[in-house]
Design a binder for this molecule. Structure first.
Ligand code: HEM
Length: 182
């Protein structure tokens, strides 16, 4: 998985907890890479899962909830690092509908070796949408956090019903039922 996900995770730990906690988490995770990441590098996604588990044991939150928190944070960072993807976007349904066919495709050009997940959106009506997530990696809770971050970004009151699916393993497949309230 691309280094930007790792560098952002470590920056979140440094800013929400402390530099010392970030060092402690990296050390405890005993990573093959040693924990020094660059945003364009590529690393095993197992490393981020280990980092999440170590941070969970320090913070007391469970690993899936930690992924959700990270997803919300990551969305704010995507906005800062890639404002070009937000041009002309008026709401989360429009934005989420562009991730699969546009944003993640551009991401594959910007980040060599990127292999983003499948995210298929089905617009039911003006206020309802279904989003199907599928990956070879178990990051459905991260997708939930990114969707939450997206709704916060657009100032919307979005109810998200998260339906985990068996897929090929825990967290590799999920359906999200989204309802825009008000
Ligand atoms: C500006 C918006 C976005 C950018 C720039 C972006 C970029 C990226 C990048 C660089 C990766 C790493 C891919 C790899 O290493 O192979 C990634 C992975 C991922 N993206 Fe996005 N993304 C965006 C929006 C979203 C949104 C809105 C969602 C959720 C609905 C999403 C869901 C995911 C998930 C869950 C992963 C983790 C890898 C996996 O599940 O296999 N992304 N994205």
């Amino acid at each position: 998985m691309k280094g930007i996900i790792f560098t952002e995770f470590i920056e979140m730990v440094e800013s929400r907890f402390s530099v010392e906690v970030a060092e402690q988490v990296i050390e405890a995770a005993n990573l093959p890479s040693g924990g020094s990441y660059t945003s364009l590098g590529t690393y095993s996604h197992h490393e981020i899962l280990k980092l999440v588990i170590k941070l969970s044991s320090i913070s007391g939150a469970n690993p899936a909830d930690m992924q959700v928190v990270f997803g919300e944070y990551l969305f704010t960072r995507f906005h800062e690092v890639h404002p070009e993807f937000f041009d002309g976007m008026e709401g989360s349904f429009e934005f989420l509908g562009k991730v699969q066919g546009y944003i993640h495709m551009e991401v594959q050009k910007l980040y060599p070796e990127a292999n983003p997940p499948k995210l298929v959106c089905k617009r039911i009506d003006d206020n309802h949408m279904e989003l199907f997530y599928q990956s070879h990696r178990p990051f459905a809770p991260l997708a939930l956090g990114l969707i939450k971050g997206c709704a916060i970004h657009f100032g919307e009151n979005l109810t998200i019903h998260y339906e985990p699916l068996p897929g090929t393993g825990d967290g590799t497949e999920a359906r999200f039922h989204l309802t825009l309230e008000g």
